[in-house]
Design a protein around this ligand. Structure first.
Ligand code: GLN
Length: 302
């Protein structure tokens, strides 16, 4: 109580912190300062604005300092807060699990369009996700399509556990099945030829480009979720060569790509029998999603 007189207000603390984070090279420094302080005080950002003159207690300042120090050191905000919003829902985040990017919402949107005809069909639609991470894509799809069954794999056991946790928290637990393992390896053989949608945001950064990524990405996203091999296309080749084994006739594949990979990924899918190959842009106008369909006859032959 004796320190009350020297306590800084919310406004003062935000000014100082925004300046500090900016100087440390953090983009959107003010927003970061606000989000972290709101978290420490247990407020929303809106509530924070309404309490600009509130004095911040010494214990709160100490806790805030620690979070600001982590952010200044390059730890992503989503990881510090332990949560991020994706496709309108809160997803728990954990160190060591890939943080979903806003542009990936475009992939979800594209998948929902592809699955729309199955919404009122007489059978249960099935999606497979390769490399599920926190489950942002697969769980969002399950939440949006109340009958969809999602089978997902990830090499990272922490990702598998996190996806299941997010699925439960968002009410899709019973329809989301995540298994540890590489690509298609852990999937039940009974899914072969039964899948309506094969979706993935695979690692697509060229190995040599990883060192040049921002600290937030390079030092905090798992490298296994980023590294797409020497040309960044390794996982697209794997997905393309397996897609006809898993998709049912007429089923769709939808993948996120790096903005300079549209032509290559379209060619890879087409070479493996993908039909109606389409490249879609994100909201920044960059190539971001490639989709294709497997043919009725081709898949039946396979
Ligand atoms: N979009 C990620 C990045 O920040 C890459 C994600 C991926 O490889 N799938 O570069």
């Amino acid at each position: 109580m004796t320190s009350a007189a020297v306590n800084r207000t919310v406004r003062e603390l935000l000014e100082l912190t925004a300046g500090y984070l900016d100087q440390k090279g953090v983009t959107s420094a003010r927003l970061n300062a606000e989000r972290l302080l709101a978290d420490v005080l247990g407020l929303t950002r809106l509530e924070l604005f309404c309490q600009h003159d509130r004095p911040v207690l010494a214990v709160e300042v100490a806790r805030y300092r620690e979070l600001v120090r982590r952010r200044a050191g390059g730890e992503p905000l989503q990881q510090i807060l332990g949560e991020t919003e994706f496709y309108g829902r809160p997803f728990k985040m954990e160190p060591g699990v890939f943080i979903p990017r806003p542009e990936t919402e475009r992939l979800v949107e594209t998948c929902l369009k592809l699955l729309e005809p199955l919404r009122r069909g007489d059978r249960t639609p099935v999606a497979v996700e390769i490399g599920c991470g926190s489950g942002a894509i697969g769980v969002s799809l399950a939440c949006e399509l109340p009958r969809l069954q999602v089978h997902a794999s990830d090499v990272n056991p922490a990702a598998v556990a996190l996806m299941l946790r997010n699925a439960r928290a968002l009410g899709a637990g019973p329809r989301v099945h995540a298994i540890e393992g590489s690509r298609f390896d852990p999937l039940a053989a009974s899914l072969r030829g039964q899948v309506d949608l094969l979706v993935s945001n695979p690692p697509y950064v060229r190995s040599a480009d990883i060192a040049g990524l921002s600290v937030e990405v390079r030092d905090h996203d798992p490298v296994a979720a980023l590294d797409g091999g020497p040309d960044g296309l390794k996982f697209y080749r794997a997905i393309a060569s397996a897609m006809r084994d898993w998709l049912r006739p007429g089923g769709h594949v939808a993948v996120e790509i790096g903005d300079d990979q549209g032509v290559d990924v379209a060619a890879i899918l087409a070479a493996s029998g993908g039909l109606e190959v389409v490249v879609t842009q994100d909201y920044a106008g960059r190539d971001r999603v490639v989709t294709a369909r497997v043919g009725e006859a081709e898949a039946a032959d396979g």
